[in-house]
Write a protein that binds this ligand. Structure first.
Ligand SMILES: C[S@@+](CC[C@H](N)C(=O)[O-])C[C@H]1O[C@@H](n2cnc3c(N)ncnc32)[C@H](O)[C@@H]1O
Length: 395
């Protein structure tokens, strides 16, 4: 799946090799910034270790859970086959090809008046054609009731929605029906949602974990406090100064079963309903990263941090992270070729965005064994006596 900062393409190369060799002596693999679930899926299938995957977003929990919380294949499962065969009700008479601006506006009006189906009501005529939106709603309504089957089907539905959306690789805003963008809407609206869901099931169902793991919605900073010495902790934090919850609110809406209300050109929920990350705020990202590495050092685990080897828009660079870690950790830096999607950004070519080549730093961190953290008590009345300080001592 196309995901901003997603590591799928790198896992078949050097990054995958590093993860597997570093995990050799670990008792658990933790992915603190799960995203599309690519890293957790890879680790779950290759390592005989439990995987813990964490992300602020519910859709990311669904993606990770679909593989890491399951220890057997679901290929040919009758419940999934039956789900894919869900009959789809469509509104006849809409979206004849070619799509025109008038037809797009008419589809929006018709979709908003639909009493059933939040996907049609919220996104029909915007991200999806009416029939695509209704297919997504029919598949949503027919999801298996619970358990792994529901999670796998929901993950497939999210992948299908992502593949078919008339938007530049994310869902911050749909294409608007201007003369330039109408061909892209037409292209997206002719994609087959049921076929995309079938392809996604074919990809997810055979993948399963060697050892059952856990996927959670949560803040990496809070989870760090619960980590242990045997954990190998993979950190692929945001590098953009734009919140992921802004880019992926449609996937989040579908994963949560709909927002109360959406609005604006992006059909997004109110800002206050969207998760925010300090890692995506230029003013807070450096402090957030320092806090993260300090927390990791405190729990004694080993860690791998990936970050573009360039100045990122959130104000951080791989060199900044090296500078933050090298006193307390032995840092081994690897640099691998990578391509980042500009996701419709200005440097992109065409409305679906371009690809930008860069090097990704893969920083392997082992705690320096001579450094311990201990609370230091200062005598009453001393200048330091306003609280405990944490000092680095040498054994
Ligand atoms: C660069 S992406 C990770 C991509 C992932 N490795 C993949 O291959 O798809 C960063 C992810 O971090 C999540 N995120 C941002 N801040 C977070 C936080 N404080 N705690 C947990 N997850 C966070 C975002 O929602 C996003 O999915």
């Amino acid at each position: 799946m196309k995901y901003m900062g997603g590591k799928t393409a790198l896992l078949g190369g050097r990054l995958g090799e590093i993860l597997l060799s570093e995990a050799d002596s670990a008792s658990r693999f933790v992915d603190l910034f799960g995203g599309s679930g690519a890293v957790a899926h890879f680790a779950a299938q290759h390592l005989k270790l439990p995987i813990l995957s964490v992300d602020l977003q519910e859709y990311a929990r669904v993606f990770a859970s679909a593989v890491i919380e399951r220890t057997c294949s679901l290929v040919g499962d009758p419940a999934l086959t039956g789900w894919l065969a869900t009959p789809v009700a469509t509104l006849a008479g809409h979206e004849p090809i070619p799509v025109t601006a008038d037809l797009v506006h008419a589809a929006r009006v018709a979709a908003a008046a639909e009493p059933e189906g939040f996907i049609t009501r919220h996104y029909g005529g915007h991200y999806f054609s009416l029939s695509q939106a209704q297919t997504l709603d029919s598949l949503y309504a027919a999801l298996p009731a619970s358990g792994a089957l529901r999670t796998v089907a929901l993950a497939a539905l999210l992948q299908a929605a992502s593949a078919c959306a008339a938007a530049p690789g994310h869902t911050a805003q749909p294409f608007q029906p201007t003369a330039t963008l109408l061909p892209y809407i037409r292209q997206a609206w002719t994609r087959d949602v049921s076929e995309s869901a079938r392809i996604a099931v074919e990809q997810i169902a055979p993948a399963f974990a060697a050892v059952r793991g856990e996927a959670r919605v949560g803040d990496a900073q809070s989870v760090v406090e619960t980590l242990q010495e045997g954990d190998l902790v993979f950190c692929d934090p945001p590098y953009s100064a734009v919140q992921y919850s802004r880019f992926y609110h449609v996937l989040e809406g579908i994963a949560r079963g709909g927002w109360d209300e959406v609005g604006g050109k992006g059909r997004a929920p109110a800002r206050t309903r969207r998760e925010t990350s300090e890692f995506s705020m230029k003013s807070k990202a450096p402090a957030a990263m320092k806090k993260l590495v300090a927390g990791l050092r405190q729990c004694g685990c080993r860690a791998i941090i990936t970050f573009p080897n360039a100045d990122a828009s959130n104000g951080l660079s791989a060199n900044d992270i090296i500078a933050m870690t090298e006193d307390d950790w032995i840092v081994r830096a690897h640099y691998v070729d990578s391509v980042h999607s500009t996701l419709g950004g200005r440097s992109g070519s065409g409305p679906r965005g371009g690809r930008k080549k860069l090097k990704e730093a893969v920083l392997v961190l082992s705690p320096r064994s001579s450094v311990v953290s201990m609370p230091v008590k200062f005598p009453p009345g001393s200048i330091e006596a306003d609280g405990d300080r944490v000092a680095a001592g040498v054994l």
